[in-house]
Design a protein around this ligand. Structure first.
Ligand SMILES: C[C@@H](NC(=O)c1ccc(Cl)c(S(N)(=O)=O)c1)c1ccccc1O
Ligand SMILES: [Zn+2]
Length: 260
């Protein structure tokens, strides 16, 4: 019996198999801008995705994920709250069903249509992603909100490939994609210490959530809902939607920000 996003196996049930779900640094959170503290020690973040190292696109039964070659520091995030470069491992999305709010973080109680997560790991300190994923400073995730409006000029490169990974367990080559094209113009951010938002919910993530959303169209976002949670042979079809965890208690954590 695996975890999911349904009534029986969804976020409110995860604590039974993953007790850390009720921990002190769980993600996502509701970001309250007025409570975010400026910190002079916080500088800008730098994203070096130039020589793109994308490998494949896959349906892992929970989301659609684009994986990267992380054998060296070609694609990294650095600066901001980070003490050293963190290597890009994968990115994936979270979304809802038509018309609802599908982001994981919310801003003053308001959600966005979707949220993109670029997952990086601290290869300077840990030997593997798996080891880093269980360390308190092991992962750094760049969160980018998606809001509805005009077509995003580059997102079609991903939505055009979704038909190849409709079912759980499918994957396909996806070379030469540079995620720099998915960034907003402004890299001002909020940052706090949190966790994976999916099981195993390890409390190993330094979250960096960009303030400026990117704009995608309802048509483009609708393409994600063609994906299935289920495998090709599974008797009942399960449309992949509402794969987001709701905000968790902030508890004793400090939320910091870089710039207005
Ligand atoms: C759904 C997928 N989760 C991740 O890959 C994932 C990994 C790291 C982070 Cl930091 C995040 S997140 N959402 O916090 O950015 C999500 C998953 C989880 C467990 C087993 C298989 C599997 O495919
Ligand atoms: Zn995620």
């Amino acid at each position: 019996h695996h975890w999911g996003y349904g009534k029986e196996d969804g976020p409110s049930a995860w604590h039974t198999e993953y007790p850390v779900a009720k921990g002190n640094r769980q993600s996502p959170i509701d970001i309250i801008p007025d409570e975010a503290r400026r910190d002079s020690s916080l500088g800008p973040i730098f994203l070096k995705y130039d020589r793109c190292t994308s490998l494949n696109i896959a349906n892992n039964g929970h989301s659609v994920v684009v994986e990267f070659n992380d054998s060296d520091d070609r694609s990294v995030i650095q600066g901001g709250p980070l003490d050293n470069p963190y290597r890009l491992k994968q990115f994936h999305f979270h979304w809802a069903e038509k018309g609802c709010e599908g982001s994981e973080h919310t801003v003053a109680g308001v959600g966005y249509a979707s949220e993109l997560h670029l997952v990086h790991w601290n290869a300077a300190k840990y030997k593997t992603f798996e080891e880093a994923a269980t360390a308190p400073d092991g992962l750094a995730v760049l969160g980018i909100f998606l809001e509805l409006g005009d077509d995003h000029r580059w997102l079609h490169m991903i939505t055009d490939a979704l038909y190849m990974v409709k079912f759980k367990g499918s994957s396909s080559d996806f070379k030469g994609f540079n995620p720099k094209c998915l960034l907003p113009s402004n890299l001002h951010y909020w940052t706090y210490l949190g966790s994976l938002t999916t099981p195993p919910l390890h409390e190993s993530v330094i979250w960096i959530v960009l303030k400026e959303p990117i704009v995608v169209s309802e048509k483009q976002l609708g393409m994600f809902r063609l994906l299935q949670f289920s495998g090709e042979e599974d008797s009942q079809r399960m449309r992949m939607e509402n794969n987001f965890r709701p905000p968790q208690p902030l508890k004793e954590r400090l939320l910091r920000q870089f710039k207005q």
